[in-house]
Design a protein around this ligand. Structure first.
Ligand code: ISL
Ligand code: CA
Length: 539
């Protein structure tokens, strides 16, 4: 079996993981110093968010040199050391590849902008004005027009994200070949693969307002595979919000030489008003949540592998979002862990999730760091929204929630830095931290660790069939996995009230594999579940 089918992957947001030199910014030496911790947890790969040279308009997702390390994070020697030290612990480094756009400070863009005759002009998307205005009304994902005017040449360039993130023109063959060379340089260093940022946008046709899944996207992905990572033992995973079981094989059929797997995003779109922005909050539809997981688990084509996750650096903390970050923080964090890690696919853990870190509601906009949140705040103020409304959205969905420093110990800066951190540490660091999790065998951390061990030991988790149970129940999330005559039943009370259920089987469970209460026997004909109580039994 390919290594990444059994593996659990850990995502690191380097600015917020571990500072080693007191400047308040997490760095690569800091990550190296925590590799033993990650090995103890049991993960087999790290997805490392961007550490490349960058003016940090979007915290590294605006790359000014793909082959240089940002001095905030260290040096290329530090990076080589990280790759080597991780390998010693059987951990691979998955780099974040941001090639839909670069920074406007990348040499290519500087050349491109310098003259309409530059050989690099066509590396980006330039268009003439229409009636003295933007070529069309395409909007940037971070607000405002996606077109920025350049006085010198009298043309506009496209930026689907901030204006400091000009979109690369994938129709240009030289640009593509330069990009493949860069990819190979990284693979030659011994990294384990790539997570490809917004890769569904590279086939865009801005004149026709086609963004995701443009007509040539699959040609580019195939070419990229053939010309770069396909020549290596590399795991590749695309960030494709629109992937569904129906089209997943287009992205990740191993016979088609595209990506290794697709990430599941659909479950993270269920608490917003359909067709509106993520900021337009709606109550989670629990029945729909179960339906969506069921659909992915049962209708995914046999050859396609799924990446499973609850949260990342762009989304709220899952315990605050779908769990309960007050009275039942630990119970619900463990419930969410068990539900996801007992499914088929490769689970990703976002840093801090393994200790049940929560959202961090800010009280003043001066505490915000993220460009998306800052733009939203000003845009909605101008549109007449009340501050109260805007903060409600930011508290629920702002990306800084996930970007507060990792909470290592119960001190003021949580062991993250000896200096002053670039973004505030969550005040709950005194209760929520790694140190206390390690000491307590029933902690959230130890639940994650146990789940990883189980995945290593039992093929039923990676290979077994999935069947949703009690799909219409308003509180219970339950499913069965079965493999070679064996059946495991996973049952969770996805609510903060006690719940009683009877499974038709008229017998006590034979064996408890795991529970978030420490209880070791359940009578399936009559189960009483405390809030968020969750267990896995072999039937
Ligand atoms: O965070 C989001 C919220 O509204 C997403 O829409 C996000 O912009 C989208 O998932 C793309 O994300 C990726 O590319 C962005 C970068 O800001 C994100 O951090 C990255 O994960 C641009 O490179
Ligand atoms: Ca530092």
């Amino acid at each position: 079996m390919t290594w990444w089918k059994k593996a659990v992957i850990y995502q690191i947001y380097p600015r917020s993981f571990q500072d080693s030199n007191g400047d308040g910014i997490g760095d690569i030496p800091g990550i190296i110093s925590r590799l033993d911790y990650l090995q103890h947890l049991g993960i087999r790969a790290i997805w490392l968010c961007p550490v490349y040279a960058s003016p940090n308009d979007d915290n590294g997702y605006d790359v000014s040199n793909y082959l240089a390390i940002h001095p905030d994070f260290g040096t290329m020697d530090d990076m080589d050391r990280l790759i080597k030290e991780a390998r010693k612990r059987d951990i691979r480094i998955i780099m974040d590849l941001v090639v839909n756009h670069s920074s406007d400070e990348h040499q290519w863009f500087i050349e491109s902008k310098s003259s309409s005759d530059s050989p690099y002009r066509d590396y980006y998307v330039w268009r003439d004005p229409v009636d003295g205005k933007e070529p069309n009304d395409l909007q940037s994902f971070f607000g405002g027009s996606a077109w920025e005017f350049d006085e010198d040449s009298g043309q506009y360039y496209l930026h689907l994200f901030s204006k400091k993130q000009p979109d690369l023109n994938w129709e240009n063959k030289d640009m593509r070949m330069d990009t493949y060379d860069m990819i190979k340089t990284w693979l030659d260093k011994g990294i384990g693969g790539f997570r490809l940022d917004v890769i569904d946008l590279i086939g865009k046709k801005p004149d026709e307002k086609i963004l995701g899944n443009g007509p040539k996207m699959f040609d580019y992905i195939e070419e990229m595979n053939r010309e770069s990572f396909g020549q290596y033992d590399a795991m590749t995973v695309g960030e494709i919000w629109g992937a569904r079981p129906e089209n997943a094989a287009d992205y990740a059929d191993p016979n088609k030489d595209r990506f290794s797997k697709v990430l599941m995003f659909e479950h993270l779109t269920l608490d917003e008003e359909p067709g509106k922005a993520k900021w337009d909050l709606a109550e989670l539809d629990f029945i729909q949540l179960k339906k969506v997981f069921n659909h992915w688990q049962t209708n995914m084509p046999e050859v396609v592998w799924t990446g499973l996750f609850w949260n990342n650096h762009d989304t709220p903390r899952i315990v605050s979002r779908f769990g309960n970050d007050g009275e039942y923080r630990e119970e619900s964090a463990k419930m969410l862990a068990i539900l996801l890690h007992m499914m088929k696919g490769t689970p990703y853990i976002y840093q801090g999730e393994e200790i049940g870190m929560t959202n961090h509601p800010i009280s003043d906009i001066s505490q915000a760091r993220d460009i998306e949140t800052l733009n939203l705040y000003h845009e909605r103020l101008n549109q007449g929204y009340s501050k109260e409304d805007i903060f409600r959205s930011i508290h629920a969905k702002g990306r800084d929630n996930a970007r507060t420093p990792m909470q290592w110990e119960a001190s003021e800066q949580g062991g993250f830095t000896t200096g002053s951190p670039w973004i505030d540490v969550n005040e709950n660091v005194t209760q929520v931290n790694v140190e206390s999790n390690l000491d307590d065998p029933s902690s959230v951390f130890h639940t994650y660790r146990k789940l990883i061990q189980l995945r290593n030991e039992h093929l039923i988790i990676t290979e077994g069939d999935f069947e949703l149970v009690m799909g219409d129940h308003p509180q219970i999330f339950a499913y069965e996995r079965s493999y070679e005559g064996q059946t495991w039943l996973v049952v969770a009370n996805f609510s903060d009230t006690v719940c009683e259920v009877n499974f038709s089987e008229n017998k006590a469970a034979s064996k408890v594999i795991l529970s978030n209460t420490g209880k070791t026997d359940y009578d399936l004909s009559h189960v009483r579940l405390e809030p968020y109580e969750t267990f896995v039994v072999e039937k």
